[in-house]
Design a protein around this ligand. Structure first.
Ligand code: DQA
Length: 141
């Protein structure tokens, strides 16, 4: 099956962006980790700084069997991404590298979470791997 791996604004800077919070793994490293976690499946990796591009990627992924979404700061007010994901036909998992509840209060609420199958936060890059395995379990039953 094909899985969508969606990363929002500022996540292309991973590796050099606040490594004490987000770790030293680059986005390319994360994409490779996810691919290795789901052998035999295809991963469609999309990163964009713009919410509209992410919305388009969700629309275009209607044929995907699941999605992993790190929305970055769009977690706080990305309502059009929320609407797009609400209509996404397959299971999807929200991932945050950092433990958002241990940080500033404005990161404590995600408008995306209600339609998600689950939310993973605080496990760093491992969170993506966990999300990939959880999606596989849902897809393969
Ligand atoms: C993040 C957490 C968000 O609050 C922040 O805006 C990000 C990254 C994370 O992966 O921990 O850009 O989604």
């Amino acid at each position: 099956a094909e899985l969508l791996l969606l990363n929002g604004p500022n996540l292309a800077q991973l590796g050099r962006r606040r490594p004490e919070i987000y770790g030293t793994t680059t986005l390319a490293g994360i994409e490779e980790m996810v691919r290795e976690a789901v052998p035999g499946h295809t991963v469609r990796a999309v990163q964009d700084e713009c919410e509209g591009a992410l919305v388009r990627a969700v629309h275009a992924a209607g044929d995907c069997a699941g999605a992993i979404v790190n929305p970055g700061a769009l977690m706080m007010a990305g309502w059009s991404l929320r609407d797009a994901l609400e209509s996404f036909p397959a299971p999807w998992i929200e991932v945050h590298l950092s433990n958002v509840w241990a940080r500033e209060e404005f990161r404590h609420h995600s408008v995306l979470s209600p339609p998600a199958s689950g939310v993973i936060a605080g496990l760093g890059a491992d969170g993506y791997r966990v999300a990939a395995l959880a999606l596989l379990a849902r897809i393969e039953g």
